[in-house]
Design a protein around this ligand. Structure first.
Ligand code: NAP
Length: 376
């Protein structure tokens, strides 16, 4: 199921806190960064905070710039992004500013929480997602029922931690503020729990007055059929690599990446790379990995086109090369059409030998783009 692009946004002290324990909200960044946040808000379909942030900060969560709101309206969007909060308890203050400012609001909650919130007269669409609130269900609801394609999550720590641990965060935008809180009772950005091993990818740093914005992408692949946010990034990279292929009228242009379970990239490749007129993308990538590398057993191969099942140019098709390398998870954008081989079914070969093949929605057109000239 397609999900919104989920962007986690927070400002944090040097010692990792989101706030102190005082009655007023701790201001971690300055006017220029608040304006940047306003710009990001104006670019999304919805903004989400947890009930804890509404209780602690009583935020409005508006796009403050009139020009940005006007630009949204001119583009056919609502003046304000949809405001979303999550609460299991439904224990919320009906007078909180969140409900009485901006545009549409949704409270995503449980059956019990919905009863309580309706009883309190919360001025929002109160939506129960069942006995418990499952984040994937919540994101599917926002995507399918509310048309949310880009979701900005503005905290607090409980919500950020859960979304990152469940591999549902596509991007982190963290602002590091030059102050220390030092109070163990204060809320932390990320709480204890199971996060991806390995490293996230740093994609930008930017000085804004005396704070630093850091943007990260999660990198660890999902497991089995479960698609993690990082799977979408790696598949997007495979599609980008396909654009690098020397053109051909007799073979597809394909990109591939091999990624370890902790999110380290092991190798990448593309069709006809390095002057080899018949090399396939997965083959080119796997040739760069030591066959004895123990990480291959838990690695994922991303390929813009389903690995081939049969080929005339070399003895082993890519599905076989992947299996022989010990890889048991493949994420691909596009099932192979009958252009060169009728009834090619690389996925069938892979799954028949115990591998999992995942085809996330929304990447097929990108994979096809460098192959348009082959369409008959
Ligand atoms: N510096 C920053 O950028 C920034 C940004 C935002 C917030 N903050 C700070 O963060 C603090 C609040 O953080 P927090 O961790 O206490 O609260 P939070 O993450 O805003 O909200 C937590 C609440 O959300 C609901 N919730 C979250 N996950 C749920 C799930 N899976 N199922 C059901 N309900 C769920 C629960 O509400 P119920 O309890 O109602 O069930 C839970 O208590 C405040 O001090 C605030 O100032 C800082």
């Amino acid at each position: 199921m397609p999900l919104p692009h989920v962007l986690l946004s927070a400002a944090v002290s040097l010692d990792g806190y989101l706030d102190d324990t005082g009655p007023e909200r701790l201001l971690l960044s300055g006017p220029a960064d608040f304006d940047r946040v306003d710009e990001v808000r104006a670019s999304v379909d919805a903004i989400l905070v947890g009930a804890g942030t509404i209780r602690a900060d009583n935020p409005r969560l508006l796009v403050n710039s009139a020009e940005r709101r006007a630009a949204r309206v001119a583009a056919g969007e609502a003046e304000y992004p949809l405001k979303v909060t999550v609460s299991g308890s439904g224990e919320l203050d009906p007078a909180a500013r969140f409900w009485h400012t901006g545009g549409e609001k949704v409270l995503l909650t449980t059956d019990d929480g919905a009863r309580r919130a309706r009883g309190l007269g919360i001025a929002a669409d109160v939506v129960s997602l069942g006995e418990v609130l499952d984040w994937r269900t919540a994101l599917e609801y926002l995507h399918d029922r509310r048309g949310v394609r880009r979701l900005m999550v503005e905290g607090g720590g409980t919500v950020h931690s859960q979304l990152l641990q469940r591999e549902l965060a596509d991007e982190l935008q963290l602002v590091l503020a030059p102050l220390l809180v030092g109070d163990p009772a204060a809320p932390r950005l990320f709480g204890p729990g199971a996060y991806q091993g390995g490293r996230l990818r740093l994609i930008e740093t930017r000085r804004i007055e005396d704070v630093v914005l850091m943007r990260y992408l999660p990198t660890a692949p999902g497991a089995g059929e479960r698609v993690a946010a990082a799977d979408r990034h790696w598949l997007g990279l495979a599609c980008e690599l396909a654009e690098l292929c020397p053109p051909s009228d007799t073979a597809f242009s394909v990109g591939a990446v091999v990624v370890a379970a902790d999110g380290s990239e092991l190798a990448r490749g593309f069709s006809r790379e390095g002057g080899d007129p018949v090399v396939h993308a997965e083959e080119a990538a796997l040739a760069k990995v030591d066959p004895e590398d123990p990480r291959l057993a838990r690695a994922t191969v991303y390929s813009s086109l389903e690995p081939c099942a049969r080929r005339a140019s070399r003895p082993a098709p890519c599905a076989r090369l992947i299996l022989d390398a010990g890889v048991r998870r493949v994420v691909t954008a596009w099932r192979e059409p009958d252009t060169f081989v009728a009834g090619a079914d690389g996925s069938g070969v892979l799954t028949a030998h115990g591998a999992v093949v995942v085809v996330p929605a929304g990447y097929e057109e990108r994979a096809k783009a460098p192959n348009r000239h082959l369409e008959g």
